[in-house]
Design a protein around this ligand. Structure first.
Ligand code: SF4
Length: 185
């Protein structure tokens, strides 16, 4: 049964996120959804080597203006985080494992929520890695219903979004935190 998101239960959503395996979760402040061209400019610096290489990354995922327009249709949201404990600053294995765990749990949470909420907008962490090689730009996305753009790709400054939502972005020395969110109408 599809439920009306206007009568959503944020405590239950947070509980469900934690049960799915996230380390932290909380209500997203909708005021924190400020879509910034400056964040897109950081994407175009291509430090992650995904700029212009994936349908869910800029510029393939659409403009910041389109992102803001789309998000304006939503009225509430939940923020979820996965925290990894590092052995030292060079513990790349834990960084990568934590990122994978976060992606897997986020996909699982979205799949659980979809049947109950008429329309949700998930924003993930990192590029879409469903396919070994993205079809961009030669053919349409293979899984348009499953693939998700990152919060950064939408033009969001993730640390600011966390701060404005009263959820820590940095969880202390020798930790790495991945953050995603899901919007509801
Ligand atoms: S699902 Fe595949 S084709 Fe679509 S954006 Fe992700 S990697 Fe690219």
């Amino acid at each position: 049964m599809t439920c009306d998101a206007r009568i959503y239960d944020m405590d239950a959503l947070v509980r469900e996120a934690l049960e799915t395996g996230f380390s932290q979760a909380g209500e997203l402040s909708m005021k924190a959804l400020i879509f910034m061209p400056e964040v897109r400019e950081m994407c175009s610096a291509d430090k992650c080597r995904q700029y212009n290489k994936n349908w869910r990354c800029p510029p393939g995922c659409g403009s910041v203006e389109e992102a803001a327009q789309r998000a304006a249709e939503y009225s509430t949201g939940v923020l979820v985080q996965t925290i990894g404990r590092l052995e030292d600053d060079f513990d790349y294995d834990t960084m990568s494992e934590t990122g994978e765990k976060h992606k897997k749990n986020f996909a699982a949470l979205v799949e659980k929520l979809k049947p109950r909420y008429a329309d949700i907008l998930p924003m993930g962490a990192g590029t879409c890695s469903i396919c070994e090689t993205c079809t961009y730009p030669d053919a349409p996305c293979r899984f348009p219903e499953k693939s998700v753009s990152s919060m950064e790709a939408y033009g969001l400054w993730v640390s600011k979004v966390c701060e404005m939502s009263s959820i820590p972005y940095n969880n202390g020395p020798l930790t790495i935190t991945y953050t995603s969110c899901c919007l509801f109408k």
